[in-house]
Ligand binder design. Structure first.
Ligand code: OMP
Length: 308
């Protein structure tokens, strides 16, 4: 899938992933009213509203961006109804040609990791019946349990052409408390990057990038420069642009030459654009998906300025 992601970015000339992180505060009144009329102010009502919101956004952006990244926490908070909305969103996006990065941030011992892999990127086994469950193309993982927590995913990566993005340097302000500690003369995230370089060799795609990518926050460009130095052939998922304050200029160290090797996430900045003053004069809440499209096109233009 890493090769397909690279091809799609190239074809659309757009290294953007739209983060599908819905919150009820972002859902326009008319969608909430309809969902709550049918299902009440219940977990099901909230989940149905999320799914309707996502579908309209997907329809508006599917021809201009290569991928979406649903954040499972937003759905999981509403229990199994929320998880259904997460799964339905994945299916809807894939049916419309989008690549799906499931932001699930797992990390556990090998025997448990195998179950995560089976459920998310592999096949669940029901007494010999093999069933595809969540169907994401990529998922996000934490590296802090070491390689035996990553290795169970490798078979699915290679045999089922799936992908991982492993946290190397996260975008949040306090990431430095742990990730920038000096360990045996190097920063901890540098050590993680070096490990990922070795781990990734077990899952190389055809276009020179591993199926094991890295998550590198846009908000720490100096750290991103160091990570890129260690990982020239690793694909980066870069969150932090927009709502978290990173600018297009901050993204530069994440890219290889010609704007290659990275995909930039924006969630709130796109899906809630209709609430932003900049778009409010042209779009009302019924046009929220059109505002998302306008914001995604503006982001594309902004990235293209710095991608040479
Ligand atoms: O793995 C991620 O995607 C991630 C890693 C990271 O370091 N920082 C980060 O913000 N994210 C996710 O990226 C999204 C950012 O959302 P916005 O800040 O609204 O664009 C959220 O879904 C976060 O969970």
């Amino acid at each position: 899938m890493i090769d397909q992601l690279i091809d799609s970015i190239e074809k659309l000339q757009n290294p953007t992933v739209v983060g599908l992180d819905p919150r009820l505060g972002f859902i326009p009144g008319h969608i909430k009213e309809e969902a709550f009329d049918h299902h009440g102010k219940t977990l099901k009502g909230a989940s149905k509203a999320f799914y309707q919101f996502n579908r309209e956004i997907i329809d508006e952006i599917k021809d201009i961006v290569p991928a979406v990244k649903p954040q499972v926490a937003m759905y999981e908070q509403y229990g199994y109804e929320g998880i259904k909305a997460y799964m339905d969103t994945i299916e809807y996006a894939k049916d419309r040609g989008l690549i799906v990065i499931g932001d699930v941030k797992r990390g556990d011992i090998a025997s448990t990791a195998k179950a995560y892999s089976d459920g998310h990127i592999g096949l669940a086994d029901v007494e010999g019946e093999k069933i595809e469950v969540f169907k994401e193309d990529f998922i996000t993982l934490s590296p802090y349990l070491g390689y035996d927590s990553i290795e169970p995913y490798v078979t699915d990566l290679n045999q089922r052409n799936k992908g991982l993005f492993i946290l190397v340097k996260t975008s949040n302000p306090n990431s430095k408390e742990i990730q920038n500690l000096t360990v045996e003369g190097e920063l901890l995230y540098e050590r993680v990057a070096k490990l990922l370089k070795t781990w990734g060799e077990a899952a190389m795609g055809d276009l020179g990038y591993s199926r094991m990518g890295a998550v590198v926050g846009a908000t720490h460009p100096e750290d991103a420069k160091r990570v890129r130095g260690i990982l020239p052939n690793t694909f980066f998922l870069v969150p932090g642009y927009g709502a978290q304050g990173a600018t297009a200029e901050d993204l530069i160290p994440n890219f290889n030459k010609g704007g290659k090797g990275a995909i930039i996430n924006s969630s709130r900045g796109i899906i809630a654009a209709y609430k932003n003053e900049k778009y409010q004069k042209d779009f009302d809440s019924r046009d929220f998906a059109k505002a998302a499209r306008a914001a995604a096109l503006d982001m594309k233009k902004d990235l293209q300025r710095v991608m040479d």
